[in-house]
Ligand binder design. Structure first.
Ligand code: NAG
Ligand code: NAG
Ligand code: NAG
Ligand code: NAG
Ligand code: NAG
Length: 431
């Protein structure tokens, strides 16, 4: 019996006895040939595992793959290869990994985006992962839509000014959030050796319909004598302004010192929220924690709000839906699966791991299950609203007359009476 060594993810794969004994020397050889130094961490973990090559052969259905078998992709998507029998109908693709994005490399960092052209279901949101080295500057700019930021590594300096001349300079560290409303100018600089942050914009077609107004671009496209008149400076003042500066460039770390006679954006006017220092709420269901950051604790966030969720091993973000719209997700760490149910017998199960983004359509029913026995699942739920809202399936059933629920579901009223009336949010794994 020839076995392929695999990553931990694989333990989640359910494979039939037939597949487990499969002889697939060609698939193994071609996979091994494609292994590069970039896969080394994966392969090191993999040596400890003896999982078989996956095959689409669940429940006596399907057959062995002959061609086009891409083992690493199949291992990451066991529920695509062998969907649970409860999946049905047509649900379009709802996931994208940043590793597939076009990588925009600059001196001092990179940007990679997820746009509606990458993930057609993502009409409400575009996203970008940005990486800055120490001192690197994401150049001064504004947008014609709102920007929501979440630091995932390191510390960045953010500096912004509003139309009344109030300003704010903050050091946003991993786990912190910012919100730059449409039209409000800002700049971001990396302060540690490596810094990374996730940006979310409230239009999926960002590159086609929206724009970034970079300051160098404007100065380079204005007659120098107008610049001189505007700033009251000699006309050759900007002759050395880099053409173009680029989105990101190397720089020297600022001490962030600047004062405004018109005051600062503090308190409820703040565009920065130190979510890293916020205490997480324990889910009543005992399965993890969440931090809710919306206009109720971060008033500036009127169009993009989020919940930062941690799910313990094998625990479940309970079955629920969001009455106020579409959900966009970012899987930061772990292994999860979710079935998205669109109504009218359409349901599809997706598997998620580090760097995956996803979109769950408006009002669709779903759960998110941590598939790992050992690792915490960390992910973000993002909404196009001013508040985070969800409806719990269990709570709905528990607070409806039990004799009605019992008749509809053909269960006894004692089953209904045992349902938790309090929203569980994340249900702990059975002991
Ligand atoms: C942050 O970046 C550093 C340097 O690249 C890396 O060693 C570390 O693992 C990263 N941390 C996280 C949480 O990604
Ligand atoms: C910050 O840096 C500027 C420019 O380098 C300098 O003029 C200023 O004195 C510094 N401020 C503080 C508080 O260190
Ligand atoms: C800040 O905003 C919150 C939520 O909107 C509100 O309850 C609170 O009173 C505000 N605080 C101040 C000082 O305005
Ligand atoms: C409810 O379940 C019982 C027991 O399995 C079954 O006999 C009955 O036909 C079911 N009722 C309906 C309406 O499906
Ligand atoms: C690794 C893995 O899949 N572990 C568990 C994840 O959760 C499901 C459902 O609770 C279990 O069946 C798996 O064994």
């Amino acid at each position: 019996m020839k076995l392929l060594s695999l990553v931990g993810v694989l333990a989640a794969t359910t494979i039939t006895a037939q597949a487990a004994t499969a002889e697939k020397p060609q698939a193994v050889a071609s996979w091994q040939k494609r292994q590069s130094k970039h896969l080394r961490p994966v392969l090191e973990v993999s040596k400890r595992s003896t999982a078989p090559i996956p095959e689409p052969t669940e429940n006596g259905l399907g057959g062995m793959e002959d061609e086009g078998q891409n083992v690493p992709i199949e291992l990451q998507n066991p529920d695509a290869l062998n969907p649970p029998p409860t999946d049905a109908g047509n649900v379009v693709n709802l996931k994208w990994n940043f590793g597939l994005s076009n990588q925009l490399l600059s001196k001092g960092g990179y940007i990679r985006e997820q746009l509606v052209t990458d993930l057609p279901a993502s009409t409400d949101f575009a996203a970008a992962q940005n990486h800055l080295g120490k001192g690197s500057i994401r150049q001064m700019h504004w947008h014609d839509i709102d920007e929501w930021g979440y630091v995932t590594n390191g510390t960045v300096l953010i500096a912004m000014v509003d139309e009344n001349g109030r300003n704010q300079v903050a050091r946003a560290t991993a786990g912190d959030i910012w919100y730059f409303p449409k039209g409000e100018p800002h700049v971001i600089q990396g302060l540690e050796d490596q810094n990374e942050y996730l940006l979310i914009f409230d239009n999926g077609n960002f590159n086609a319909e929206d724009t970034t107004f970079n300051v160098d671009d404007w100065l380079l496209h204005t007659p120098p004598e107008v610049l001189a008149k505007n700033f009251g400076l000699p006309s050759n003042t900007f002759k050395n302004t880099p053409n173009p500066f680029g989105s990101i460039n190397v720089g020297v770390s600022s001490n962030g010192s600047v004062s405004s006679p018109f005051g600062q954006l503090t308190g409820n006017a703040s565009w920065y929220f130190s979510a890293s220092k916020m205490e997480a709420t324990q889910a009543p269901g005992g399965g993890g924690t969440f931090k809710r950051v919306d206009s109720r604790n971060f008033p500036i966030s009127q169009n993009i709000v989020a919940q930062i969720v941690e799910i313990k091993p094998r625990a479940l973000r309970e079955m629920h839906w969001h009455p106020n719209g579409v959900e966009w997700l970012y899987f930061q760490h772990g292994n999860a699966r979710a079935t998205v149910w669109l109504g009218a017998a359409n349901a599809r199960t997706f598997d998620f791991t580090d760097g995956d983004t996803a979109v769950f359509p408006d009002n669709s029913g779903h759960y998110i299950e941590n598939l790992s026995d050992t690792e915490t699942l960390t992910y973000l739920e993002v909404f196009h609203s001013n508040v985070v809202e969800d409806v719990s399936l269990t709570q709905w059933l528990a607070l409806t007359p039990p004799d009605i629920v019992a008749q509809v579901l053909n269960v006894s009223t004692s089953v209904v009476n045992a349902l938790k009336k309090e929203k569980q949010v994340i249900v702990a794994a059975a002991q």
